[in-house]
Write a protein that binds this ligand. Structure first.
Ligand SMILES: [Zn+2]
Length: 367
């Protein structure tokens, strides 16, 4: 393992634009060789969030709060990490935890005043049960899925941020974190309309799990008892919520695995009932939003299906609604709207427009 500072060889950047990276030598070589990388970025200005005390429910710790109304898909935060470290790259034999701490200590020795002070201020849920730096990293790290270099030995990397680390957890989150390799930064987008003053929440655990498993994971990894709206539901509603989450992941994949050819077959066959595709997809979408199981495969699939089906029915209002939602979620998932903004502006220009309406006309008996 080696330690490096990215962006390299740029002396004019402010301290918070640099990330210390603990990585394999091959990854360091690839990062230093990538010309023009990382790309600069501009977070929203003025900021649309503030970091302040989240109150007693969060042990008087900090949280991130919206200071303006925010629309779905809007970028809220973008930040370079303080530190990126590999979590699961194979280390030489020995005490892996101790080895990680040794690398972290070396990294600490190379950090400037800003990075040290900011890292030290972050929460450490492990207290004296872990080495201090490891405790801070494991409490606050978010995934940094990809780094330049050979993918087969890339390992899994975690990023510790200054402000992003202050976003608290909810099993019903309202924002989504993503790692953006182009700019070598973490981004947070809104997933739903957020009002000024509301706290921002991401999820620290797998939202497809039922309540008991989620709480077990959060207790084990982050040492707190989740009291989010999903976790404090009365018993019966809690069980319904678990059941919906399970069904989404077990059944929705099957229901939504139908290809465009199937959708086209429905659109062009008036004998098949309208609700056949639309109602099922509406139910899945409603449940995904309700439970915040915003799976990166299922969610775009269900939105695409709804938009195409409503285009086939010439239902402009609903076609626009789902295209706008798809644009927002693609931005949150992928960083760009993947062309859905154009569809939302003019759904009648898509090849799906009126397919089912024309098929009905052709089938109607002439008088
Ligand atoms: Zn919860």
């Amino acid at each position: 393992m080696v330690i490096t500072k990215i962006p390299a060889n740029k002396r004019s950047l402010p301290a918070d634009a640099y990330t210390h990276v603990v990585c394999l030598p091959e990854v360091k070589k690839a990062m230093l060789a990538a010309s023009g990388w990382p790309a600069p970025f501009s977070p929203p200005s003025p900021p649309v969030y503030e970091i302040k005390s989240a109150g007693r429910k969060y042990s008087n710790g900090l949280g991130a709060f919206a200071v303006a109304d925010i629309k779905p898909g809007d970028l809220i935060m973008q930040e370079r990490a303080l530190l990126i470290t590999s979590r699961h790259v194979a280390l030489p034999k020995g005490d892996k935890g101790r080895l990680r701490e040794i690398f972290l200590e070396q990294c600490w020795a190379e950090m400037g005043h800003f990075h040290r002070k900011t890292m030290q201020a972050l929460h450490n849920c492990y207290g004296s049960d872990a080495e201090p730096l490891r405790g801070i990293v494991d409490t606050n790290a978010l995934p940094a899925d990809t780094l330049p270099g050979p993918t087969d030995i890339g390992g899994i990397y975690s990023a510790v941020f200054n402000h992003l680390a202050r976003i608290n957890h909810s099993c019903s989150p309202n924002v989504r974190y993503r790692w953006d390799i182009e700019t070598f930064s973490g981004q947070v987008h809104a997933f739903q309309p957020i009002k000024a003053g509301e706290q921002l929440f991401i999820s620290y655990c797998d939202l497809e799990y039922p309540r008991g498993l989620r709480q077990e994971e959060l207790r084990k990894l982050y040492r707190f008892d989740c009291a989010c709206p999903s976790c404090v539901l009365p018993r019966y509603q809690g069980r319904l919520s678990d059941w919906r989450r399970l069904l989404i992941i077990e059944q929705a994949f099957q229901d939504l695995s139908k290809t465009d050819a199937d959708l086209r077959a429905w659109a062009t066959n008036p004998r098949l009932p309208d609700p056949m595709l639309v109602d099922a997809a509406e139910i899945w979408y409603g449940w995904m939003m309700q439970e915040r199981v915003l799976n990166s495969v299922l969610l775009p699939t269900v939105l695409e299906r709804l938009c195409k089906a409503y285009c086939a029915l010439e239902d402009e209002g609903n076609a626009r609604k789902y295209a706008r939602a798809a644009a927002a979620y693609e931005k949150a998932l992928e960083g760009s709207d993947s062309g859905w903004g154009i569809v939302a502006a003019s759904p009648e220009k898509t090849s799906w427009w009126g397919l089912r309406v024309r098929a009905r006309r052709q089938q109607a008996p002439s008088i």
